[in-house]
Design a protein around this ligand. Structure first.
Ligand code: C5P
Length: 415
């Protein structure tokens, strides 16, 4: 990322405002400059002092403050940033933005800006699902406002559903993705390529209410899909359930089980590139009950497991429809490189990205990854980096690979 990027963070009212402090901390760690506007409602949840200690700047709040206007008018405030992030974005501020209302510093700045805007909605599930909020969000999306979340879960009010503000790590990732996409002009030569990415966990039913799953966050697969799309490659993401917002410009096909994932992938072949980053469950329950299993029946149930299809193996051995480049992951806890090399052969894929997921590495579900990049030519150790940086590096390798193929074809034609 070139130069220090400036974020204008607009904190509106909502219990989730406390997460902004962590967001500011993480942004500062990544060398972003953060300036904050705290709405009146926002200041009921976090204090200007805590915000300004973390941003190391004053906090703006009043529209009609003569001192503020003299030092930094609201127009300049809006222009002096590379990105405006509204987090939490309450139903109220979304409504104001959609309708062009401006009666405080936050809404006035948002109306006056000519810079990209990202919103991170946070509200009660009923408010989020209200047709008015939906229409407002749709209007903002159509105007190019980037949306992050909301996530699903239990809310402060005790209700369950979509409305929780995304976690600071996910907001940071969305901000970094925004800037990396912005800095990379779309390469028209890549638009001929089509990629399929698998991501997230699979859920294998035990009965209609219970399932077997794993802790995959989907962060790595989603970041790869985002990076591919940002480079101009048509990208389809087949993903199990995650809390993540589908990346911009990527077609998402949601699935639950391994068998659904395989069927979705088979339907999409042929493609040029496939990257299997999903954490597919190795086994499923042989006879998943069609009714909820009852504990009153007495005794403990016995679950007979059967093997799930191996999607990476199936795609690598798909004969005529095999993609020209198939990439898999190998999450290992010991002898990482040796096991991954054997896996590359066994599965029949071209490249393997091996990572150490042993306890203490924090890879699984975390935001960073340490990769050994394994191809036919050998092993390259990449330094520890964010999952987004891994995605970008992988896409660079992919583009170089296809550029080489292009050269080879040209040279073959010339011979
Ligand atoms: O065999 P293992 O699970 O270690 O292999 C990991 C790689 O294989 C990952 O790329 C994963 O996405 C893929 N995989 C798959 N289908 C399975 C199991 C793993 O696509 N059933």
């Amino acid at each position: 990322m070139s130069g220090q990027k400036r974020i204008l963070l607009i904190i509106s009212g909502g219990i989730a405002a406390y997460k902004c402090l962590e967001l500011i901390r993480r942004l500062r760690e990544k060398d972003f400059l953060v300036r904050a506007i705290l709405t009146k409602a926002g200041s009921e949840f976090v204090t200007p002092l805590s915000v300004s200690s973390l941003t190391e700047d004053k906090v703006y709040g009043e529209l009609f403050s003569l001192t503020d206007e003299a030092e930094m008018g609201h127009i300049q405030l809006s222009r002096d940033a590379d990105l405006l992030v509204v987090a939490p974005a309450s139903a109220d501020i979304l409504a104001k933005m959609a309708n062009g209302l401006c009666n405080d510093l936050a809404s006035t700045t948002l109306l006056a800006t000519d810079k990209p805007v990202m919103v991170v909605p946070a509200m009660n599930v009923r408010m989020w699902e209200h047709p008015a909020t939906k229409a407002n969000m749709e209007t903002l999306n159509q105007r190019g406002v980037v949306q992050v979340g909301p996530d699903e879960g239990v809310m402060a009010c005790g209700e369950y559903g979509f409305g929780r503000m995304s976690e600071p790590a996910d907001i940071l990732q969305a901000i970094e993705t925004h800037f990396s996409q912005e800095s990379k002009p779309k390469q028209s030569s890549n638009t001929a390529l089509r990629a399929l990415v698998t991501s997230g966990p699979t859920h294998e039913a035990i009965d209609p209410v219970r399932y077997i799953a794993n802790r995959s966050s989907g962060r790595q697969g989603h970041a790869i899909a985002a990076a591919l799309a940002a480079s101009g490659i048509e990208t389809i993401l087949v993903s199990g359930l995650t809390d993540l917002t589908p990346p911009k410009g990527v077609k998402l096909i949601p699935i639950e089980s391994a068998r659904e994932m395989l069927a979705a992938c088979n339907d999409l072949l042929p493609v040029d590139i496939t990257i299997c980053a999903a954490a597919v469950a190795d086994w499923r329950v042989k006879d998943a009950g069609s009714q909820k299993m009852k504990k009153e029946k007495g005794g403990l149930p016995t679950l007979e497991l059967v093997e799930n299809p191996d999607i990476l193996h199936a795609i690598s051995n798909a004969g005529k429809t095999r993609p020209s480049l198939v990439v898999g992951f190998a999450a290992e806890t010991e002898n990482v490189v040796n096991h991954a090399q054997a896996k590359r052969k066994r599965k029949g894929c071209d490249w393997i990205l091996a990572n150490d997921v042993s306890e203490g590495t924090g890879t699984f579900g975390g935001t960073e990854n340490t990769i050994h990049y394994i191809t036919n030519d050998g092993v390259t150790d990449w330094p520890k980096m964010t999952k987004q940086a891994v995605a970008e590096r992988l896409v660079e390798e992919i583009l170089a690979h296809f550029a080489d193929l292009g050269k080879t074809t040209d040279q073959a034609a010339a011979d």
